[in-house]
Every structure is written in C-alpha cells, then in structure tokens.
Design a protein around this ligand. Structure first.
Ligand code: PEP
Ligand code: MG
Length: 762
C-alpha cells in the first residue's frame, strides 16, 4: 500500500499537538484574502506572511509557465527585480526537483546538494537551508513554495506540514486570481491534445470534470470543531457505504475479488489517512480542502508512478478521496448534476461510471488514459457520444467550464480554442449533420448493390439502449451482442433472474429480428468490477479469457447459458462462443448448452423453439479448422479485431503497433478468402462482426471475397449501406481477385483507386 504519511513519517499524535503554527498562518491568510487587492499584491502578501510567521529569511513562489519553465512570481527576501525574470528549467535546481518529484524537500546545506543551481540575479548566495513544497493542482505540480534561511536550520515536520497547507491554499488562490494576474503562468491559452478516437463524431461544449471539484469558497473552516464533526460524519458514511457494497457483493465469481474489495475497505479504514485529514482540518482548512489536499498528493504521485500495481492502488486512493468529497457535499456516492451538452473530462472512467451519465445528455467524453478505453469506448458508442481517449495532460490542462472542441474523427481535443477555429468547426458540424440527414433517408432502403446483390447489415450491441439503433438505422438484426457488458457495468455479478430478464428484454426490443448473443468475453483487458484484479498475466490477450475462462468455471458459464435458454423460451436462440481456438473447445461449450436445454425440458419449462450455435472465428487456429466445424457449428462470425491482432502478432490496444498492419493486405485477405470459401464448402453461414465491417473499403473487399453479412457499430451502418448501394460488385470483385492472385500493388491504394473509377461512394 502506498505511503500516505507526511514527510518524515511524523506519528499522527505528535502532529496533533503542534497545529498552532499552521492554524495561525491560515487564520492570517484568510484575513488577508478577505481584503481587496490585486493578484500580484496578494502573492506578495502571502510570501511576506509566511516569511514572518515561519521566521524565514526568504519565502518565494515559483509557478509553472506555459513553456513549462518555473517563473519566480513573488518573493520576500530575494531581490525584487528577480520577480517575473528568474526562470528555472522544469528540472533545474532544487526548485525544479520539488516540482518534478511533486514532493517536499528540506535541506540544511543547500550549496552542497548536487541539484543546487546558482542564480546571481536573485542574490541568494548566503542562504543555507531550504524547504520547498509543491503547489499541487489536479494531477501535478503547478509550482513550488520555498522558504530559505541563512543559518543551517532544520525545518521540522510541523513546518513542512504548515507549508504544504499554505501551498494548497496557494493552488486555489492562483485559480481564483486567474488570468488578470498570472499572465503567462496559468494555462489559459488554447491547448491542443492528440489521442485515440473511441467513438467518432464532432462535439463542442463546456468541460464538466468527472472528479468532484473543490469550490474555492470552501477553503477555510469557520469553526474547527464543527468541521471535525463534518469530516467524521462523512468518513462514517463513506465507510458504511463501502461496507454495504461488500455485503451486497454476496457470492462473487472469483476468489480474489473479495480480497480486492476488502483492500478497498482497509484503505477507507486506514488510520493514517484519517489522521492526515484530521490534522489538516485542525490547522484551519475546511474538510473539503483537507481531502482535496490529500487527493492532490495522490494524483501527483500517480502522475509519476510507473509501476502498474502502484498506479492501481493510487487510483483506489484517489477514488476514495473523491467519494469522501461527495459525501461531504451531501451527495452520497452520487455525481453532481451535469449541465446538458457538457463534455465529460476524466482521467479514466470505467464503463459503469460512464453509464451513470446516460441521462446527462453529454455532448462528448474525453479521457486522459486509454487503459479502460476499450470498455468506455463501447459505452460511448452505445450512448452515441463522440469520445477520445489517451489524451496526455488533459486533466491538468482543463478547468471546469472551459470550452472544449472534440474532433473525434481526427482524435484531437482543443481546449479553450480561438474564435476562428470554433467557427470553422461549427461549419464542419453543420456539414456533418447534413450528411447524416442524407444518410438517414436510406433507412428503409435495402442494402443492395447496383448489380442486385443483397447484403445483410446488422449492428453490434451490448447495452439495452443499443437496441434503439436497430430501427433508427434500419438494421436487419444484432449480429453481435456482447453479453459481458452487463457484467462489466455491474458492481456485483448479475444473478440468473437478472440475466434472464435482460436477455429477454433484448429479444423483445429486437421484435423478431435475429439477435446473436455472444457468451461472456471477460478476461484480457475486460474486467468486471466484481472480478477484482486478477493475477497479472504477461500477455492478457493471449491469456485466460473468454471461453477459456468460461469452460474453467462451468457453474458460472452454465448459469449464463440457462439464462439465455430461459429468455428465448418459444423463440429462436442464437448463441456464439468467443475466442474459440480448437474444435474441441467449441464442442465442449456446445455440449454445456445442450445440457441446459435438456435440463429445461426435463423440468417442464418451455425451451427455445430453435437453437443455433455458432463460433467466433478470431484465432488463426480456428480459421484453419473451418472445414472441421461442418455439421457442428450452425454459423460462424469473424471477429477481425482479435483475428488480426493474433494474425499479425500486434496488440490491438497498443497504440505503437495497432496501426502498423493492414487488413487490406495480401496475407490477411488470403486468409479471409480461404475462410469464406471453406465455410461455403462446409455449408456453414459466415459473417464478419469486427470493426473492419464498418469501414467502407474493408466492407467492399469483404463483399468482393464473398461475405454477405456484416455486423458493425450502428453509427457506421448508414454509411456502409450507402457505399454498397453505389457499388457494382460484378465490376469490383474481379479486381480484388486479380490483386489477390497477382499481389504486387498495395491493396488499399489499388482498391481505393478502382472504387473511384467505378464512382463508388467511400
Ligand atoms: C472481434 O474481436 O473482432 C470482436 C468483434 O470482438 P471484441 O471486439 O468484442 O473482442
Ligand atoms: Mg474479440
């Protein structure tokens, strides 16, 4: 568990006896802030106050400027001319060290320190002792607050603590003072960040921060005892809510999941966490400010932590800080209301957290981390919200209410964009809307090529509101229903009845159109909250996941198969298994389903009228076993996302490699061609449900190879229909086959050229 103790590991009770200095400082600071003054004067007053109260010869504030240098913005004790002039590189000197490590630093002989950097213009030669603390904001250091003494002085823990408290107030002060004073310091200029599109679209709106934001008005406590009581009450509520979560979790799927929740509870009951918060409140901060201070420290450490496990733990701690803040605001575990049309900003979001916003009418979602991207992406798609992940520096760069422009086509976010950019962006949005209206007209038209070839276009789904799209885009059914999604969105494992109700409601809403349920595909990077964090696998995508996990947990797997069987009573049940690697695995899974159906009949329950069982072809080994599935599988569906990652040995989640290989290349197309032929020979219908099915040139190539059924995210379907309707397949297919036979030319370029020649809309 990461260390939560303050520098020097001061035991909590000693600290409690010595809060006078910090409180005195805070009381004076509050009085000072109540006075009218310009921003620069306020900062000057702060350094003077600190220097006097701490009997320091120097007190200075350095803030991070737009160019990442550390600018001296106020000083008591150094030469006044140095203010606004002295700039240190990000990593330069002791100040740079405090900033980059985001941790306090105290030194009695500053000159002897290898990182000491001498700046003659400040006149700092005679100062020996140094104490610097980071001024922490959302996810990192905004600057550094420093005190120095001529003599070799040992700053005690209480002084470090007091200075950290002042630094926290300063962080808020800088926020409040805003642009007027902090010209060139605070990041108010436009910022452009590049990430990875999770769901396409264009959006513009005001930033809403997922993590609770501390109101600047609530920095100080009016009455320390009352504040202690508020903190204690919120702490109690938080613990009760976590205990309740643990009780509710009941029987869980995996042994270690309970351990993980228990660890979470341990964090919540950790006395050193409470001691830190109590100390901060005793020193005069409000309970919210105290929590916020601790949260900043956790975040700053998260920013520099490389170890994955430590990061997970720090995320847990930060999550607890956030929950406690919500309890303090009286909102329990609830989120603050979100103005409609907002862009949600978060460091990372689990699918369940994003689902909490389903009624918030978000305009977009932007995330700093991609880790949970694939899950959040699926929810974002279901919600129809443009989304981008992997935006490094996002949380630090955005203030609540900032205008954000989300180009989830190019994967770019503009923070506080210039007016001209906004204008041209709006024009693009308008054009896009027109195109969408145009595409919507095709809703009831068949997906038929010019030469009369009919194609079946289905949607991929995973949440109940995905089903709304069926009618909206005129799909023939659901080609892939990702059942794991219900599990990922749920704190506890859905029981038999809950699963049954859900599957039945999906079929009801599909209203007779086929729905292919894929059995649970968890593991790898898809983790349900109740699973906990399992042992880390070296290669999770190749590890214990999907059908492998299900077959190793027949009790749990059969529960899902039973729910599907019950839900489909009197109707056609279509089930397929993910990540099948061998024919034996498929047969084993199928026999479990057969057993469930037998069981249903034996107990006099109504069974499905018809059962069709298929396999996803997403491992090369199964792609080469299609002929052996003859008479065993009722249908096949090619999962190009996984198949291609295994085929090219390139992790689909790894941004450094995922764009390196192309499905539109000879080896991949030879494989896909072979698969469709073998499936045809074996008389097993085959479709494609990976992302490739929703991309025009890929979709056309698949049609040219002989695939006739494609399943894709609903947003892509109208576009693909338009492409198909403008295609003469009898003219395109020979080109694709020639290319396949002769090789040579780059496929993508060549097919695009032919499409242009044939006036195909791509
Ligand atoms: C695939 O792998 O192509 C697929 C459709 O499944 P998922 O993206 O859910 O792994
Ligand atoms: Mg897959």
């Amino acid at each position: 568990m990461p260390d939560r103790s303050p520098p020097g590991d001061r035991p909590p009770d000693r600290a409690r006896t010595s809060q006078g200095g910090a409180r005195l400082l805070l009381t004076r600071l509050r009085a000072m802030m109540a006075q009218q003054a310009t921003g620069a004067d306020r900062l000057a007053a702060v350094v003077e106050l600190v220097a006097n109260t701490m009997v320091a010869d120097v007190c200075s504030i350095y803030l991070r400027a737009d160019d990442n240098t550390l600018l001296l913005v106020a000083t008591e004790g150094l030469k006044a001319e140095a203010v606004g002039r002295t700039r240190l590189a990000e990593n330069e000197g002791l100040v740079g060290l405090v900033c980059s490590s985001a941790r306090p630093l105290r030194i009695t002989d500053a000159f002897a320190h290898p990182r000491f950097s001498y700046r003659p213009e400040t006149g700092e030669d005679p100062f020996n002792s140094f104490l610097g603390v980071p001024i922490l904001r959302a996810g990192g250091a905004l600057g550094v607050l420093v005190v120095q003494n001529r003599t070799e002085r040992v700053y005690d823990d209480e002084e470090v603590e007091a200075l950290q408290t002042i630094a926290m107030v300063l962080a808020e002060l800088v926020g409040i003072l805003g642009d007027a004073v902090m010209v060139g310091v605070r990041p108010t200029r436009p910022l452009e960040l590049h990430g990875r599109t999770l769901n396409e679209g264009l959006a513009i709106g005001s930033a809403h921060l997922h993590d609770p934001v501390l109101s600047a008005a609530r920095l100080f406590a009016a009455d320390v005892d009352e504040e202690q009581a508020r903190l204690a009450a919120a702490m109690r509520q938080l613990r009760e809510s976590i205990d309740a979560m643990l009780t509710r979790a009941g029987p869980v799927l995996f042994g270690e999941s309970r351990d993980v929740l228990e660890t979470y509870r341990l964090f919540a009951h950790d006395p050193s966490w409470e001691a830190r918060l109590t100390d901060a409140v005793r020193s005069g901060l409000s309970a919210e400010a105290a929590v916020d201070r601790v949260r900043r420290e956790h975040r700053a450490r998260l920013g520099s932590a490389r170890d994955g496990l430590l990061r997970e733990r720090l995320h847990d701690l930060e999550d607890l800080d956030n929950r406690l803040l919500r309890h303090l605001s009286g909102g329990g575990d609830e989120q603050a209301p979100v103005p409609p049309g907002s862009i949600l900003v978060a460091s990372r979001l689990g699918p369940a957290e994003l689902l909490d916003y389903r009624d918030a009418h978000l305009a977009g979602v932007v995330l700093e981390e991609t880790g949970a991207g694939s899950h959040a992406a699926i929810v974002a798609r279901a919600m129809g919200v443009p989304a981008i992940g992997g935006l490094e520096g996002l949380v630090n760069g955005v203030e609540p209410g900032d205008r954000l422009m989300v180009d989830a086509e190019a994967g770019i976010v503009n923070i506080r964009p210039e007016a001209e950019r906004v204008e041209s962006f709006r024009a693009r949005q308008l054009l896009k809307d027109e195109q969408l209206t145009e595409l919507a007209r095709l809703r009831d038209e068949p997906a038929r090529t010019i030469d009369g070839v009919d194609c079946e276009l289905m949607i991929n789904a995973g949440l109940s509101f995905d089903l709304d799209h069926l009618d909206a885009v005129g799909a023939s059914g659901v080609g892939l229903f990702r059942t794991e999604f219900q599990f990922m969105a749920s704190e506890t494992m859905p029981g038999l009845d809950e699963q049954t109700r859900f599957y039945a409601s999906v079929m009801d809403r599909a209203d007779g159109r086929p729905v292919t349920f894929r059995t649970i595909d968890l593991g790898g990077d898809k983790v349900a909250p109740f699973m906990g964090r399992r042992d880390r696998e070296e290669n999770p995508a190749l590890g214990w996941r999907a059908l492998r996990m299900a077959l190793d947990h027949p009790y749990f797997f059969r529960r899902q198969l039973r729910a599907l069987t019950r839900a489909a009573a009197g109707r056609t049940l279509r089930v397929m298994f993910p990540m099948v690697a061998t024919v034996d695995e498929f047969e084993e899974a199928r026999s479990l389903l057969d057993a469930e159906i037998e069981w249903t009949l034996k107990f006099g329950r109504s069974a499905p009228a018809r059962v069709l069982v298929g396999a996803m072809v997403e491992t090369p080994s199964l792609a080469f076993s299609i002929d052996h599935l003859k008479g065993k599988a009722d249908f096949l569906s090619v999962g190009t996302n996984d198949l291609m990652q295994f085929f090219f040995a390139a992790d689909r989640e790894n941004t450094r490699v995922w764009g390196r290989y192309d499905l539109l290349s000879r080896p991949a197309l030879v494989l896909l061609d072979r698969m469709v032929q073998r499936a045809g020979d074996a008389g097993v219908p085959i479709s494609v449900c990976g992302e490739a099915a929703g991309r025009p040139i890929e979709a056309l190539t698949l049609l040219a190879l002989g695939y006739r059924s494609l399943s894709m995210s609903a947003a892509r379907l109208p576009l693909i229909k338009q492409t198909i309707r403008s295609t003469d397949l009898s003219r395109l297919a020979p080109t694709v086959h020639d290319l396949l036979r002769d090789g040579g030319a780059p496929f993508r370029t060549e097919i695009s050229r032919v499409c242009q020649q044939l006036a195909i809309k791509i």
